[in-house]
Write a protein that binds this ligand. Structure first.
Ligand SMILES: [Zn+2]
Length: 254
C-alpha cells in the first residue's frame, strides 16, 4: 500500500488473537475533546471514518480514555462500551476481556502502552505521558489486570511500548528533571546543556520490575517527533492545540 493511503500503523501482527495499532496522520486528528466542541466534532468525524473502515461501530464498541495524566484504569464491558471515559478522578487506562470491544486513547507525543494476555484473553491500553511514566502507569496497569482478571498471569502477559517522544526529543526543564532524579536518575541524559529523559526505557524497566520477561516486552522504538510522515507531534509542530493520533487494541472474535 502506498504510504499516502496508509491509515494504521499495526503492532503485534504476529499475535493472532489481537489487533493493536495507532492511526497514521493520514487518517486526520482523532482529538476526543469535550471542551473544544469544534475540534471535538472534527475528531469525532475522523474517528468514525477510521473505526468504521476497520469494521467497528464507533458508537457501540469504541471506548476512549479521557486523558487526565492519572494512573487510573477502568474495566470495560458491553454495558460501558462506546464512550469517552473520564471517571470521577480521570481515567488513563482501559481493560477488557470482551472480544470486539475496542479500547482506545488519543496521543500527541505521550506513549501508548498496550497489554495483552493471550492465555487469559485480556487486552488493555494506557496513555502515559511523563506524569504517567513518573507515577508508574505500567505497574498500576499490571496490578489492575491481575486483580480484576484472575486468569491474567505475569508469565503470559505481554506489553508493547508505542510511539512517543524518546530520549532524542523529550527535553525537560530542571523542575521535571528533579522529579525523575529520585527513582530514575540513570534515565536522564545531559547533552549540550540540555536535559532529556528516556521515558520508554523507564517503562521497560518498570515492566521488568513488575515481573515481565524481557522477551514479553516490545518497544516499537518510534519517536513521534522524528517520524513526521507518520505522526503528529506537539513538540515538533507547535500547533495552537494538540493534534492527536488514536491508539487502540481489540481482542479478535474467535
Ligand atoms: Zn526523536
Amino acid at each position: 500500500m502506498a504510504e499516502k493511503d496508509e491509515q494504521v500503523i499495526w503492532y503485534w501482527e504476529n499475535l493472532p488473537g489481537v489487533m493493536a495499532g495507532i492511526s497514521h496522520k493520514n487518517a486526520g486528528w482523532m482529538n476526543a475533546d469535550a471542551v473544544d466542541l469544534k475540534r471535538g466534532a472534527i475528531g469525532r468525524t475522523n474517528r468514525h471514518k477510521f473505526f468504521s473502515k476497520l469494521g467497528f461501530d464507533p458508537d457501540k464498541t469504541v471506548t476512549i480514555t479521557g486523558l487526565r495524566h492519572t494512573t487510573n484504569v477502568q474495566a470495560v464491558d458491553s454495558d460501558s462500551a462506546g464512550r469517552i471515559v473520564y471517571g470521577p478522578n480521570g481515567i488513563d487506562g482501559l481493560s477488557t476481556d470482551r472480544p470486539g470491544l475496542v479500547l482506545a486513547s488519543t496521543m500527541a507525543d505521550c506513549l501508548p502502552l498496550y497489554f495483552y494476555d493471550p492465555m487469559a484473553k485480556v487486552a488493555a491500553i494506557a496513555h502515559a505521558g511523563w506524569r504517567g511514566v513518573l507515577n508508574n502507569m505500567a505497574s498500576r496497569m499490571i496490578d489492575h489486570l491481575t486483580a480484576h482478571y484472575p486468569a491474567v498471569g505475569i508469565g503470559s502477559l505481554r506489553a508493547l511500548i508505542g510511539p512517543g517522544l524518546r530520549s532524542c526529543h523529550f527535553e525537560v526543564k530542571p523542575d521535571v528533571e528533579e522529579l525523575f532524579k529520585a527513582n530514575y536518575a540513570e534515565y536522564i541524559d545531559y547533552r549540550e546543556n540540555r536535559i532529556y529523559v528516556d521515558l520508554p526505557a523507564i517503562v521497560r524497566y518498570q515492566l521488568s520490575q513488575a515481573g515481565l520477561a524481557s522477551d514479553s516486552i516490545v518497544d516499537a522504538d518510534e519517536c513521534t517527533y522524528d517520524l513526521s510522515n507518520h505522526y503528529f507531534s506537539f513538540r515538533r509542530d507547535h500547533p495552537p492545540k494538540p493534534q492527536s493520533m488514536i491508539a487502540f487494541i481489540v481482542l479478535r472474535n474467535e
